[in-house]
Design a binder for this molecule. Sequence first.
Ligand code: GLC
Length: 784
Amino acid sequence: MFGKLVNHRVEKNKVYLDFENNKGIVEVINPLVINIFSPLKYQQHYSRAIEELNIENCSIAVENKTSYLEIKTNHLVVKVYDDFKVDFYKIDGTILCEDLREERRPFLRRGTVSVAEDEGHNVEKDFDRHKIEVVKKMFGDEKFYGLGEKTGHLNKRGSYYEMWNTDDPSPHVESHKSLYKSIPFFINLREDSVFGIFFDNTFKSYFDMGKENSEYYYFGADDGNLDYYFIGGECVKDILVNYTELTGKTPLPQMWTLGFHQSRWSYSPESRVREIAKNFREKDIPCDTIHLDIDYMDDFKVFTWDKNRFPDEKKALKELKEDGFKIVTIIDPGVKKEKNYPIYEEGLKNNYFATDKDGVTYVNKVWPGNSVFPDFSDADTRSWWAENQRIMLESGVSGIWNDMNEPASFNGPLPDDVQFKNEGRGTDHREIHNVYGHLMSKATFEGIRKYSGKRPFVITRAAYAGTQKYSTVWTGDNQSFWEHLRMAIPMLLNLSISGISFCGTDVGGFSFDCTSELLSRWVQVGCFTPLFRNHSGSYTRDQEPWAFDEQTLDINRKYIKLRYKLLPYIYDLMWSGENSGLPVMRPLLLHYEKDKEVHEINDEFLFGENILVAPILEQGKTVRTVYLPEGKWIDYWTKEVLEGGTYVIKKAPLDICPIYIKAGSIIPNFPEQNYVGEKEIDQLTLDIYPGDGSYAHFVDDKESYNYRNGEYTLYEFMMNDGKETVINLNIKQNEFKGYETFKIAYNEASVKEVYFNNNKLEFTKQDCSVEFVIPAEKGTIIIR
Ligand code: GLC
């Protein structure tokens, strides 16, 4: 396709390449990140994922070798050959990634397609050749992670997926090639190397991770530019950090958004919403948020309220807020086509809607019937949409839930030829489809930020790479099946290591009827997913924590309370993730990649670095094996200290989710609260697990952006565990009201003496721990 490499020219960090038939560019973004580009459609990158490409001023060496061009950075060697074949090496000469020189060779399929299809089988066919295609050689020991929200296992090797945002209500199973989100990024992990690839192309794209032939893997797209980033680093963590440097980090949300959310299609009318709220308080279950699904609207018209069901929504939302309940409302993109409906009329007048190829506003059917679709690819439309958020904020709404934004219609995806303005580069639906939800979330985020001044809370179903900057995500319409609880873990872990830290599933499952046992186990997983929301579909059985029996209610209460206890820990994870790009939910391999045993673990995960969760994911099961990676781990429930690097057997009756804390952890705990901010917290508990370790705890107003101007307090703890345990407490930043005291819960019972700044302290003994209180000031704790 490219032909011989005939010429090259170097300009700063860019190497311009002239091939016989095409042009190419190799651009060094920094010594570890290289962009491979060919202007097959547009002369430049038009990234929807990368808002600022920070190009580092670094030295590169370019040398013409006999059969290739060599480009060296301090860390990588890139060799460019004829036909724009590119190989990547570490600076020490180790090969990292090699383009396949031969043609793709799909394995042989025997039999007849039509016969199998006649009986209704969904037959896998040979995958097509794509307009843009990059085929890489497989060395044999590769494992692949990432690719966002996909069905299947954690390791994507041997699987084939497509990136085409899809609303498919049938039960999600491994044959689903695409779901609601398209994140064309993956990590390639081998025994002695690791790298990532981000293929920044919004057209329908294809990822075959060695399915059609185990000797190679490929990615390709229907159109657009050849535009991918090779991302190097020493470990998986580096790759993720470097990827999120490109596409953005998940920002610190308001703290209440990390509490419990209750949803259903739909809580309506107002009296039902109040009843739900009352139940939470009466039944002593913490809850911060209630979601209103489509039935709060007047005839499904976005930015309106049904006045019969919600006669005075402002009053209702104000009163609910006084009791700690924030309301999140769904907003779909489809705008009802109806004369005199202001949103429709305004959009029409200003050409804010997508059109057909003749320039006529495009109409398709969604909840409100015939609807039109805002053109979010256009900055003016996005500003208008952002402006509309004010309507909801003025009603007292605290967050917006963006749904059906693949975009979905009742007639499937929109036709390819629907037209979008695309910031002056008019294009069709094929290019915008995968970023439609992403751009809708961006507009929503910007509107809420502008009109509330607070950190916006947006949830979206459709997403693209980089959506983490604007929105949290949920994994769409799962079912109340055990398979879907199991699938949720690798799915959320791969989303997490694709940059989307703030994610969750519909706890209990959306479609089908949940059971008491399934909800009991699902809430144990939900407790450790960043977005913790119970949601269920219309006409399914009730699924609230109290909808089953006393035992189920108790289990829900236990884990929702545990969540509220852990809120300061989760908030710290979000705060540090805003800088590091590291997610809240982590596959074990993020911290233990040298241990091959963890590469394929689909049923355990880390919650931050310190907590390992190994939930029960099968009906009737009350015991499981748990792999603990190297180091010491403490059983959260029994406080038993276990040596890692091996499997343990854990009994887990219905109310127990196996949880392990890494030795050397300091976990901040809040006192019981019904909702975030209910109590002024003067004393923070530090749940301490002996060992060497450090921890930073962040305190701010929990909602505004003031922390970005330094208005926060940061406590730093450093623990050394030798003959005695020494914990140094430092206050790194002291610009927000912190705590008066820390209650130390030290998980070791054989303590004899405790000192703070050389003063001997009283302590109380529990079964497996001791407790004492220190002032929240700089100093040293000594425990003997
Ligand atoms: C879609 C959403 C679901 C929502 C329903 C009604 O199916 O995925 O969460 O409840 O629409 O709005």
